[in-house]
Design a protein around this ligand. Sequence first.
Ligand SMILES: [Zn+2]
Length: 64
Amino acid sequence: MNCPVCEGRAIGKVGVEQYYCWDCCVEFTSQSDKVVIYDLAEDGSLVAWDDPALDSGLAEVAIE
Ligand SMILES: [Zn+2]
């Protein structure tokens, strides 16, 4: 498992199928056919990670 943003390996597991990248400070969940990326707000909440480069359907942002 590498970070989908920076391809780095500084990944920590924070939950079931949920990971955190220490390099770019994003959280992402790995699912069978897609990776969903979240940004971490200052208050610790998860917000949609917005990157136009990934706006191709490969990275789908969905917050329940
Ligand atoms: Zn990263």
